[in-house]
Write a protein of this length. Structure first.
Length: 363
């Protein structure tokens, strides 16, 4: 059956969504092991990720492989904190965190409980929640330096991990995506910062004194909609599944992505996608913003992932790839690709040829 080329339609909900994660998040997750001299090769191979990928900072890993690696590292270390902290967070920590907050009435109460729980087990980082008339803030601050260098991968991942855990858990508790208006991160801008707009927000800044995530204050008043029965199902595959929540709970992002993919190489407009979803353009823009994304960010992610897959798995000429992705000129594709990876498409393919199997995807 040929792929539909003309027109725009909503893609089937059964289509598998192949989201990917930057290699920077993988090396961050493994940074605690490396600091202790532990070889992660077996864990990578067990979860379908080629060890060669660690030497390729521009490689990407499917989100389900990344979640599997998360759980594998936790089991191997007997530590849900990835050997990043002075004392391990024994397996079960995430479950007890969830159980301590699921009975909360509002999101604000749940986050306050979470901050008290983490204070008992994670003395290096302090979580506080505050609100004003125009903004609320989740702050994560060091009570003592995690590492000597602010850009140490262990320190960077510790902040990335804890914010992602709190944000993903918050989204699940209230049953909807929660937009972070901005996040200030307490370290230099990392190489994989482009992925922050998909995981956290488009409005990220760096070199702050502590991590400060801002959100609309009335979100803290949202009722907690989950109960113990829902928690039992949620904990299956946890804690690794928390890494997938920003994808799984982003229903509008996924719907828009599927429509953009189905329409390639045709370039679709926000108005056309909104019509396919039976929404106004303003409503679609608002829903994407609530999920921490934008129409442009979704289109860029589709083109990036498709381009990387074609360069990695086919011998298709670069000009043909550009055409298939809807670029009118190869030069426009070249500029976009260089922005994604820091390399030109041909240069990226040559580097792949030197490492025959950068990424092994488990079937």
């Amino acid at each position: 059956m040929s792929r539909r080329r003309k027109g725009v339609r909503a893609a089937s909900p059964l289509r598998r969504h192949r989201a990917t994660v930057s290699m920077g998040f993988v090396t961050g997750m493994l940074s605690g092991l490396r600091a202790k001299g532990i070889d992660p090769s077996g864990m990578l191979q067990a979860t379908g990720i080629g060890t060669e990928a660690l030497s390729e900072p521009n490689a990407r890993v499917p989100i389900d492989n990344y979640a599997a690696l998360y759980n594998t590292v936790v089991r191997s270390l007997d530590d849900e904190g990835f050997a990043l902290f002075s004392a391990p967070l024994r397996p079960g920590t995430f479950e007890f965190l969830c159980r301590s907050i699921v009975s909360s009435r509002t999101l604000e109460e749940a986050l306050e409980r979470a901050s008290r729980f983490l204070r008992l087990l994670l003395p290096e980082l302090r979580v506080t929640v505050s609100r004003g008339s125009s903004s609320a803030k989740i702050e994560i601050a060091e009570t003592r330096p995690l590492r000597a260098r602010r850009d140490d991968p262990c320190r960077v991942f510790a902040f990335e991990w804890l914010l992602r855990l709190l944000h993903g858990l918050s989204c699940w508790l209230v049953g909807r995506g929660l937009a972070l208006n901005s996040v200030a991160f307490p370290y230099p801008k990392p190489a994989h910062a482009a992925d922050y707009r998909l995981i956290y927000t488009e409005h990220s800044s760096f070199e702050s004194r502590s991590l400060a995530a801002s959100l609309t204050p009335n979100l803290l008043d949202l009722p907690v909609r989950r109960d113990e029965d829902a928690l039992s199902a949620f904990l299956q595959g946890a804690p690794g599944k928390i890494t997938m929540l920003y994808r799984r709970d982003r229903e509008t992002v996924r719907q828009v992505r599927d429509i953009v993919v189905a329409a390639l190489p045709q370039a679709v407009t926000l108005a056309a996608v909104a019509d396919a979803l039976h929404l106004s353009g303003r409503t679609l823009h608002r829903r994407l913003r609530e999920e921490g994304s934008s129409f442009r960010a979704v289109k860029d992610a589709v083109r990036r992932d498709s381009a990387l897959a074609k360069l990695e798995k086919t011998q298709m000429p670069v000009a043909q790839i550009a055409t298939d992705l809807g670029y009118s000129e190869p030069s426009a594709f070249f500029r976009a690709f260089q922005g994604w990876t820091g390399l030109g498409p041909a240069q990226y393919r040559k580097r792949l040829a030197r490492v025959p199997r950068i990424l092994k995807v488990r079937r």
